[in-house]
Design a protein around this ligand. Structure first.
Ligand code: HEM
Length: 266
């Protein structure tokens, strides 16, 4: 026996309309596994570098008169281990941006060079419209922010390695001694290298706060995957071309008939 079609009242249609437009119907591949692993490893590295770095600057857990330097030793050890991990990730990510087979990151450069894309993104951020479809993975403002983040990371790596080569005079330290001397000279002395390394630490704290805020805000504002995309690799969002329900108070809708274009790739 066939079921009789269920007919909705106008108020039910309005409720349904609100629900339907929020259903995630598109699944797009966004981040490769390597990019995701690097992202979370770098997050861990930055957290440990922040804690150990500030501790190195101010070893508050030790009595100044004490000869027990074990805590400071472990802090310096972890700072160096994660400093090298951070350096490797920074270099690898720069390489992947330029030469990865997946071109979606590189295509963001096209958006950053388009005045129209800038305009549409800024308008969307101040609630004056929707952003245009992007050519690449990141919006123009996002790309510029990430480029600045990479420049600061490079400054941390270079000044960090310069400090390292002044403490460890064998192996890599020996190899880096000559270029580090040049960098130290450019900076106006080792004390300045240390100061630059310390000041730029604050950039990472500000970046972390703004980055987490913007990721959550973007997910809510544009109804798309944000935090989950960098975990699963997939971006889920509403179908770009779904038209809102054609609701009129005089018509009824049969919900047994498909009303959404069945183009989901979920
Ligand atoms: C986000 C990345 C990093 C942050 C936030 C960070 C933070 C810091 C801070 C706050 C200090 C203390 C500076 C002071 O004495 O006032 C420090 C020291 C130091 N950092 Fe970093 N750092 C980072 C990356 C690196 C990297 C990539 C290296 C290189 C491997 C490195 C090597 C060093 C060294 C050798 C010292 C001096 C340690 C000592 O005095 O024994 N850091 N760092």
């Amino acid at each position: 026996m066939s079921e009789s079609p269920q007919v909705l009242s106008a108020s039910q249609q309005v409720k349904l309309k609100g629900r339907v437009t929020h259903i995630p119907t598109m699944r797009e591949f966004a981040f490769t596994p390597l990019i995701r692993i690097f992202h979370w490893l770098r997050f861990l590295a930055i957290m440990i570098l922040l804690i150990s770095g500030f501790y190195i600057a101010w070893p508050f857990l030790m009595d100044p008169k004490s000869t027990d330097v074990l805590i400071q030793g472990w802090m310096r050890f972890s700072h160096l281990i994660f400093g090298f991990i951070f350096s490797c990730i920074t270099i690898s990510r720069n390489y992947l941006f330029l030469f990865s087979k997946d071109k979606s990151e590189r295509r963001s450069l096209l958006d950053a060079l388009s005045i129209d894309r800038w305009r549409s993104q800024i308008k969307a951020y101040v609630f004056l419209g929707k952003p245009d479809e992007k050519s690449g993975l990141y919006g123009p403002l996002q790309l510029v922010t990430y480029a600045s983040f990479y420049s600061c990371s490079l400054i941390m790596v270079l000044t960090g390695l310069a400090l390292y080569s002044r403490v460890y005079h064998e192996g890599l330290g020996q190899l880096l001694y000559a270029p580090a001397s040049w960098l130290t000279y450019i900076c106006g002395g080792l004390a300045n290298v240390r100061n630059i390394h310390h000041w730029f630490t604050w950039v990472f704290i500000v970046f972390l706060i703004v980055h987490v805020y913007m990721v959550i805000w973007t997910g809510i504002r544009f109804k798309k995957a944000a935090v989950d995309a960098i975990i699963s690799g997939y971006d889920y969002h509403t179908h770009a071309h779904i038209e809102p329900f054609p609701v009129t108070t005089s018509e009824s809708v049969n919900i047994n008939e498909p009303t959404i274009p069945n183009k989901s790739i979920l």
